[in-house]
Design a protein around this ligand. Sequence first.
Ligand SMILES: Nc1ncnc2c1ncn2[C@@H]1O[C@H](COP(=O)(O)OP(=O)(O)OP(=O)(O)O)[C@@H](O)[C@H]1O
Length: 281
Amino acid sequence: MNEEHSQEDAVTVTGLRYAFDRTGTAVDGLDLTVRSGEVFGLLGPNGAGKTTAIRCVTTLLPVPAGMVRVFGHDVTTDRMAVRRLLGYVPQQLSADGGLTGRENVALFARVFDVPRRERADRVAQALQAVGLAEAADRMASTYSGGMVRRLELAQALVSAPRLLILDEPTIGLDPIARTGVWDHIMAIRAASGMTVLVTTHYMDEADQYCDRVALMHQGRVRALGTPRGLTDDLRARLGGDATPTLEDVFRDVAGSGLDDQGKGGEFRDVRRTRRTASRVG
Ligand SMILES: Nc1ncnc2c1ncn2[C@@H]1O[C@H](COP(=O)(O)OP(=O)(O)OP(=O)(O)O)[C@@H](O)[C@H]1O
């Protein structure tokens, strides 16, 4: 990659390692680049290290080894500049059920230093962008799980980030609510040109919405490319009439190690379902 291109990249991760304790390394030499303007999916089973890697990018965790840059800013030495550039929707609940939708977003506008005289408009725009204009003055405790997720999206959008980071944005939602969340993400991205970095267990969503994906397993990227490119490569190798999916690609690159993890290694195991509606209530 030439220097000029790397200047424009939204995220550059080189040799990132992170261990919570001496027994386990959550991220084990991660290299990846998210290009400006793309929707990039970080995929992998429970425990692959996705959330840990994402938290290093957001500056919420330190970078003990390796390097992470966001639009050229080093997350360790230029933390505040990085924070100003990104919006983050964590897996953990970030909406308050005791406030209205509008109040929830206004709180984030204050925290992110949106200028006072712009706040009301920016809050209204963010709510509009996620389809919550009508419900804005209802208590968040009355929202469905999909609406809560869209409210959290509005909270992250109110600071007009160049990079939106979403950790499992559709976990625990029904298929219609999942589609609703993605439709809004894609519309916002089309309108703003913002870069989106998303983690997900759902291979079908990655296939449909991501420009490129990294398949992560045991702390490292095992394959990286467009969903189509990855499945085409596997088809070419398998030959015959095979029509492999992204999940097949993953099983191919992760090998038997995926099944060795037992319950924790299954993509469809959503053991940490967010149950957003009940937790907000
Ligand atoms: N706070 C913590 N303390 C100790 N170990 C942790 C902590 N958070 C995560 N881990 C461990 O680090 C590894 C990677 O976890 P991480 O949450 O990054 O994976 P993930 O791919 O995001 O998984 P999931 O899909 O379940 O969120 C796992 O083995 C996990 O048990």
